[in-house]
Design a protein around this ligand. Structure first.
Ligand code: HEC
Length: 304
């Protein structure tokens, strides 16, 4: 039974290791633990009570005459005997009366008896039928709670946890570990941030204005994703580019920096003349000045 209790509470106990479900753990598994303890206590008390009843003997004043003709008190009988309990539990016909239930089949000396099913087994069986009906009704008919709902709730919880985790991880981004984001959702976020904050100085298409052109390969502060990230994060206050770390979360700076890199080579109209040095991504040969195909490729990649 204690084992049963452990099995019941097991998964909930393990769930404690995941911090997000800590709250749920304490409530649900405490209740299960309580129920398991109560069942164990109830069973132990039952066995104890039965044992006491077996030990207690009925006080009897009746007498009887024995074979020798003496009057002796009737031997006291216990209130309850193990034999009686066993009889109640198994409902088996005593060995002496087996003849009455002999089916007449004899297999090499093994006779077939027509005993009743043990009551504990029979009622256990009825209980499973009742349980099945209740279970069916509860989980498949009543809209109260169903496996489907449970699945959906758990999926939603997992999605929320995943989001929280990703947000946490995303916000640990800094210039030393930032990577370019390529998924459409992140780039769309980046575009939204750019449109809201950067267009005034860098132009709607990154063509430049007060700030430099962001679509060419010339960069004043370096053209790698981590260069861009630090320029955006710390800014160049003396030159009119503010530090954005107070307004944007690290993940947002990563998104907008990634978005800017997708604008590479898009050659927007009214582009500001290049400023700074030609930046060649590591592992790539410096492209020829007139290599427009490379630019087109990048531009195509930039389409979300
Ligand atoms: C008030 C105008 C202004 C705004 C708004 C602005 N910038 Fe700038 N930005 C500048 C200027 C000016 C520079 C050039 C700094 C220099 O000369 O060192 C610059 C430089 C940059 C550079 C480096 C370019 C290079 O050649 O190295 C990046 C990247 C950049 N900005 C990104 C952004 C992003 C992203 C935003 C929006 C979140 C933004 N800027 C908003 C004015 C602005």
């Amino acid at each position: 039974m204690a084992l049963g209790g452990m099995l019941l509470t097991g998964p909930a106990l393990w769930a404690q290791t995941s911090p997000a479900s800590g709250e749920a753990f304490s409530q649900r598994s405490l209740i299960l633990l309580l129920i398991a303890t109560m069942v164990v206590v109830a069973l132990v008390s039952l066995v104890l009570a039965l044992s006491i009843l077996v030990l207690v003997r009925q006080k009897s004043t009746a007498t009887t005459v024995n074979e020798a003709g003496e009057t002796v008190p009737v031997e006291s009988t216990p209130l309850l005997s193990w034999k009686f309990i066993q009889k109640k539990l198994t409902d088996a016909v005593p060995v002496e009366e087996e003849e009455s239930i002999d089916m007449g089949h004899d297999y090499d000396g093994i006779r077939e008896l027509d005993n009743n099913l043990p009551p504990w087994w029979k009622y256990g069986f009825y209980l499973t039928i009742v349980f099945a009906v209740v279970y069916l009704w509860y989980y498949h008919v009543s809209s109260d709670w169903s496996s489907r709902q449970e699945y959906e709730v758990e999926m939603a919880e997992a999605a929320a946890e995943k989001e929280a985790y990703l947000a946490k991880v995303g916000n640990m981004v800094d210039e030393s570990n930032v990577v370019m984001l390529e998924d459409a959702a992140a780039l769309a976020e980046g575009k939204a941030i750019y449109d809201a904050n950067c267009v005034a100085c860098h132009g709607a298409l990154g063509e430049g204005g007060v700030g430099p052109n962001l679509t060419d390969q010339y960069w004043i502060h370096g053209g790698s994703i981590s260069d861009l990230f630090s320029t955006i994060k710390y800014g160049v206050p003396t030159k009119g580019m503010i530090s954005w770390q107070a307004q944007l979360k690290p993940q947002q700076m990563q998104q907008v920096a990634s978005y800017i890199l997708t604008m590479q080579g898009t050659n927007p109209p009214n582009a500001k003349e290049p400023q700074g040095d030609l930046y060649v991504p590591e592992g790539e040969a410096a492209p020829a000045e007139a290599d427009t195909t490379a630019n087109e490729e990048v531009a195509m990649l930039a389409q979300p």
